[in-house]
Write a protein that binds this ligand. Structure first.
Ligand code: 13P
Ligand code: SF4
Length: 303
């Protein structure tokens, strides 16, 4: 069944001159058929380098929007219409405007896990892989970090000379990874080292031996001389971890490391997107144009 689906996907991908991008959190079988798999930063950057007419996005909606913002002339099609990140909707424009009134010199630093409309009101975008670097390079003393509270606090610790205003957004998947579970996993495998995504809560990050984006976690595990790792992020990452490191052991910490939105995307959805070239990402041109500025600034500063 899967083999037949893969064959059809392969054929349509060629016919439609399409490129399939996938995030590390989607199912392994979807990662397997993708042209490029990566973290949010890699996928945003990759989208600007693709000569194809069509991008099929296997990820959540803010990722497809970023691809469209950066490539208005391309058709960007979501593999699943309803795959959306709840965190992207945890801040509104009124709050941004209120903070701008309070701190006229503030830099609004927007984690890419946000809507195009929010990006359009921000000064610069960041991902989990480049947030510290970018915030350090900003001339502003006051930083309004939106929407993720955990990533914001993690960045603030590395940049103590700036004044941070935080928001209360969070990722429910990473929030459900509890310190007690991490400690239990460590007790069961004391020789394993702990890798965590900065969307995890502060008490989990304090236990981690390494903190980084999904791509950085994979890179760290692949370069490491250690053989065993406790992984504090969404389970989709295990596919690439095992692929790159067949002789190493990776352990999860509980049963909730599962993003229901990323997991909506199946081979059938990819095939449907290729057949129908829908649902296409559509953005109002004014919002797209305004949102492109902080995204381009991110690509520039992250170099
Ligand atoms: P990265 O891809 O930057 O590691 O972020 C993870 C994430 O939550 C994407 O939704
Ligand atoms: Fe959003 Fe968290 Fe899912 Fe990433 S893992 S898409 S931040 S809900």
């Amino acid at each position: 069944m899967n083999e037949e689906l893969k064959k059809q996907i392969e054929q349509l991908r060629k016919e439609k001159n399409a490129v399939i991008l996938a995030h590390y959190y989607v199912d392994g079988e979807v990662q397997e058929i993708a042209d490029f798999v990566g973290d949010s930063y890699f996928l945003a950057k990759k989208a600007t380098e693709i000569p194809a007419d069509v991008i099929i996005f296997c990820g959540v909606s803010f990722m497809g929007e970023s691809a469209k913002i950066l490539n208005p002339e391309k058709k960007v099609v979501m593999a699943d219409q309803y795959a959306d990140c709840p965190m992207a909707h945890m801040i509104d424009l009124d709050r941004i405007r209120e903070v701008r009134r309070q701190y006229p010199d503030v830099a609004v630093v927007c984690y890419v896990n946000s809507t195009a409309q929010i990006k359009a009101e921000s000064d610069v975008c960041v991902t989990s892989s480049n947030a510290v670097k970018i915030v350090k390079e900003l001339p502003n003393k006051n930083i309004f970090f939106i929407p993720d509270n955990n990533l914001g606090r993690y960045v603030a610790k590395q940049v103590p000379d700036k004044n941070f205003i935080f928001h209360d957004g969070f990722c429910h998947v990473h929030k459900s990874i509890h310190r007690e579970e991490v400690l239990k996993a460590k007790e069961a495998k004391p020789q394993a080292i702990i890798l965590a995504h900065p969307e995890c809560t502060e008490d989990v990050l304090e236990e981690a031996d390494f903190v980084g984006s999904t791509a950085q976690m994979i890179e760290f595990a692949s370069q490491s001389e250690k053989r065993e790792f406790i992984i504090c992020t969404e389970i989709g990452i295990f596919y690439e971890l095992h692929l790159k490191n067949p002789d190493k052991q990776f352990y999860s910490v509980g049963h909730r490391q599962f993003c229901p939105n990323m997991k909506r995307i199946k081979l059938e959805s990819v095939l449907h997107a290729l057949e129908s070239l829908t649902p296409e990402v559509q953005l109002e041109e004014e919002i797209r144009r305004k949102a492109e500025i902080p995204l381009q600034r991110m690509l520039e500063l992250a170099k």
